[in-house]
Design a binder for this molecule. Structure first.
Ligand SMILES: NC(=O)c1ccc[n+]([C@@H]2O[C@H](COP(=O)([O-])OP(=O)(O)OC[C@H]3O[C@@H](n4cnc5c(N)ncnc54)[C@H](OP(=O)(O)O)[C@@H]3O)[C@@H](O)[C@H]2O)c1
Length: 340
């Protein structure tokens, strides 16, 4: 059995779901994959829970749940940084779940750099650091023979990057097109059923699908990040956000929806990469697609991606949970695959 130390950075929706999931999957990880996952620390904005002896997830969760009930048995240490604690443990996997900041990379950028510098593998749900410095981080990981895995940041439970890198290995990807943002797809589906934009957005927020500040989603940026990251990861390019043409759905004309419906089409926000040799075109576009399009039936919070290849024809993947548990599952998948 291989002991794997985990430092979890960010204990919000995704971090909590991850801890719960690794507790639920403890037996599977041990029996099927030979991995004994141990939590060394949980790091938040200004405090951290640190274990001298890394603990089983269930034990950590017990303490944290006690804490919620007011028993206060989890011993959070104030004002302690990752830098101060990371060297205390045998390197394992840093699970990065801090907020996305695509302008500076946010705290996640420093955390991922630090972890790789100190010989830790990284799995991340955070797009910010990857948008800022994808190649720099990947080079660092490669030089040290470490893994930096990014499924959680590239549509999470919907397999995208694994399909491109593993299942399509040896094929040339000529184009990919994806509905990779559950919030916008939910809004467009609702508008197709007769809602207006604000009501559909409000419903998405009430159902916990959209963020309180949904601008990254509805302005097309979240989709743009994913198109950018997939392109850089698949083709080893160093494209930046300014290379992506971005359209959102905020100024959508309801008449456009009715018109497309009359023609038997649906309006979808598509993230698209197409290329001719080394000439890449990256865009996020609102487009009416017809029944023959592989993503026509991807509705509501569902996501999907379709790849056109030279030797394997068109490959489409649809589905995947759009919530913190689905994201946590993508993080766990990446973690397991580091050791397989
Ligand atoms: N929610 C989803 O379904 C989903 C899906 C795919 C990807 N993601 C990505 O996953 C990441 C986490 O999302 P979330 O919904 O879990 O966010 P969240 O609920 O806002 O949680 C963020 C966590 O990060 C911590 N944090 C903030 N600044 C920090 C710092 N400087 N150092 C250490 N910890 C810090 C916060 O600490 P405190 O607890 O102390 O405030 C909090 O625990 C984001 O990058 C998001 O884009 C989320």
């Amino acid at each position: 059995m291989r002991k794997v130390n985990i430092i979890l950075v960010g204990y919000g929706n995704v971090g909590k779901a991850f801890l719960k999931l690794i507790q639920q999957k403890e037996e599977v990880c041990q029996e099927k994959y030979g991995l004994d996952l141990r939590v060394a620390a949980v790091v938040r904005r200004q405090k951290a829970l640190i274990y001298c002896q890394p603990q089983k997830p269930g034990r950590v969760l017990e303490k944290l749940q006690d804490n919620v009930e007011g028993k206060n048995s989890a011993n959070w240490e104030e004002n302690v940084s990752l830098e101060e604690i990371i060297d205390t443990f045998q390197p394992g996997v840093l699970v990065e779940c801090t907020p996305t900041d695509s302008k500076t990379g946010g705290p996640g950028l420093q955390y991922i750099r630090l972890a790789l510098d100190r010989d830790w593998n990284v799995v991340t749900a955070n797009k910010g650091p990857l948008v800022m410095d994808f190649q720099g981080l990947m080079d660092k990981a490669r030089q040290k023979n470490l893994s930096l895995k990014i499924s959680g940041a590239t549509a999470a439970a919907l397999p995208t990057i694994d399909v491109a890198l593993n299942s399509l290995a040896g094929s040339e990807i000529l184009k990919f097109e994806g509905i990779v943002n559950g919030t916008t797809n939910f809004i467009l589906t609702k508008m197709g059923e007769g809602s207006n934009f604000s009501d559909a957005l409000k419903e998405a927020q009430e159902r916990g699908i959209a963020e309180t500040d949904p601008s990254q989603d509805v302005d097309g940026w979240d989709t743009a990040y994913k198109v950018l990251l997939l392109t850089n990861a698949i083709f080893f390019t160093s494209k930046s956000l300014s290379d992506v043409k971005v359209q959102g759905i905020t100024h959508i004309n309801p008449a456009l929806i009715q018109e497309s419906q009359k023609e038997g089409k649906k309006l979808k926000l598509l993230g698209r990469m197409s290329r001719r040799g080394e000439d890449f075109s990256l865009e996020v576009v609102l487009e009416a697609i017809n029944k023959t399009h592989p993503l026509f039936y991807v509705d509501g919070t569902e996501k999907g991606i379709t790849f056109e290849t030279d030797t394997m024809s068109t490959i489409t993947v649809i589905g995947g949970k759009s919530d913190p548990t689905g994201t946590a599952a993508a993080l766990l998948k990446d973690l397991i695959n580091i050791y397989m």
